[in-house]
Design a protein around this ligand. Structure first.
Ligand code: ZN
Ligand code: ZN
Length: 369
């Protein structure tokens, strides 16, 4: 059982609930619950939830089969355990009336299943609900030392994986995208990562021009550019990095030039980062380089996204965002150019905002050879 830093986070949440005029925050299993307690699980079909009241100690409602796991993982004292033959809604009513929540305003996790939400609202008698993400998102976007260490370790495993893949060279020719993606995933877990943080993207040749392409049975040929986008986790914290490489042979006409434009755009985005600068300004710095080269229309997505317990979280590095960057934020900078029928190029590093600028968490070679 680890006490630090969960108590501090729950204290901050309670302060924010009071300021925001909410009576409680209710979290079912998921990343927000993990952030506040250390307990990690997926949302199942039983009511398993933490109630953090603005003015009382938190209460953990736990199905009996999770009892031991929750006790081992968390420092929450007040556990209300219910067995399968009992009615959890009666227990929720009891907790709600004890905490005086009736008629109050409750924030629920953005990912709460609809059935849980409806049963919860009825049991607590709280018709007015808001989203917990509105309060927890801003808390989670600045990482503390423990979180930064985990993120750096996860990024390091991804970098080591990329370095090994690059060394494959000619060996990658003749593999299908599926096979190369599996080779990526074996290396991520072999390097000490906890599985993958999202399904590995391996997009070769024209498939690279589809930003949402995952992987297919297409065989990688000599001269094909390959977009590789992947990550793993350490202590629950994700990594996410992309390199576009040509394993062997000569690339298609125009590819080296486009690759260089994307690389310069990525560098311009990273160089724009420092505390106080807006997320929108970082997006603009990267986008300007691509627009100046005449590929503005081919850069189809935002420049980046925050990374933490979730692979996509605040802050979003998107045009027009006035979110100010602050020390401890971690996000991706990943401009791309996608030319339908030809190829795509994306280069992605995670960065952390420091006191005076930023530091890249990914440092593996960004070239295409
Ligand atoms: Zn990515
Ligand atoms: Zn990303």
């Amino acid at each position: 059982m680890r006490e630090y830093p969960y108590r501090r986070r729950r204290r901050e949440l309670r302060d924010r609930l009071r300021v925001g005029d909410a009576d409680a925050c209710v979290l079912y299993a998921g990343r927000n619950l993990q952030y506040l307690t250390g307990f990690q699980a997926e949302q199942g079909d039983r009511h398993l939830l933490l109630v953090v009241p603005a003015h009382d100690d938190p209460v953990f409602v736990v199905p009996a089969l999770y009892d031991e796991q929750v006790r081992e993982a968390t420092d929450i004292d007040d556990l209300r355990v219910w067995a399968d033959e009992e009615d959890p809604k009666a227990l929720l009513r009891e907790v709600g009336s004890e905490l005086g929540l009736a008629g109050g305003r409750v924030l629920v996790d953005d990912h709460t299943h609809a059935r849980f939400l409806l049963e919860l609202q009825a049991a607590l008698d709280t018709p007015e609900v808001g989203l917990a993400g509105d309060v927890l998102g801003p808390m989670r976007r600045r990482k503390d030392g423990t979180e930064l260490d985990a993120l750096a370790a996860a990024a390091g495993i991804a970098d080591a994986t990329m370095t090994e893949l690059r060394a494959m060279g000619e060996e990658a020719v003749g593999l299908t995208e599926q096979e190369l993606a599996r080779a990526v995933e074996r290396r991520l877990t072999g390097g000490g990562g906890e599985g993958v943080s999202f399904e590995t993207i391996c997009a070769s040749g024209p498939n690279g021009a589809k930003p949402h392409h995952s992987r297919s049975e297409r065989t990688i040929e000599r001269g094909d550019p390959v977009v590789l986008d992947f990550g793993t986790r350490v202590d629950g914290y994700a990594s996410d990095t992309t390199r576009t490489v040509v394993p062997a042979g000569d690339p298609p006409e125009g590819f080296p030039e486009v690759h260089e434009v994307v690389r310069q755009a990525q560098r311009a985005g990273v160089e724009a980062i420092e505390p106080g600068v807006t997320a929108g300004a970082v997006d603009a710095a990267a986008r300007e380089v691509i627009e100046a080269a005449g590929y503005g229309e081919a850069f189809l997505h935002r420049t980046g996204h925050g990374v933490g317990l979730d692979v996509h979280e605040e802050p979003y590095i998107v045009a027009g965002s006035d979110t100010e960057l602050a020390e401890g934020m971690v996000f991706s900078v990943e401009p791309g150019v996608y030319l339908p029928g030809e190829f795509g190029v994306r280069i992605e590093d995670l960065v952390r905002v420091t006191e005076t600028g930023c530091e890249r968490l990914n440092t593996s070679d960004r070239g295409w050879r």
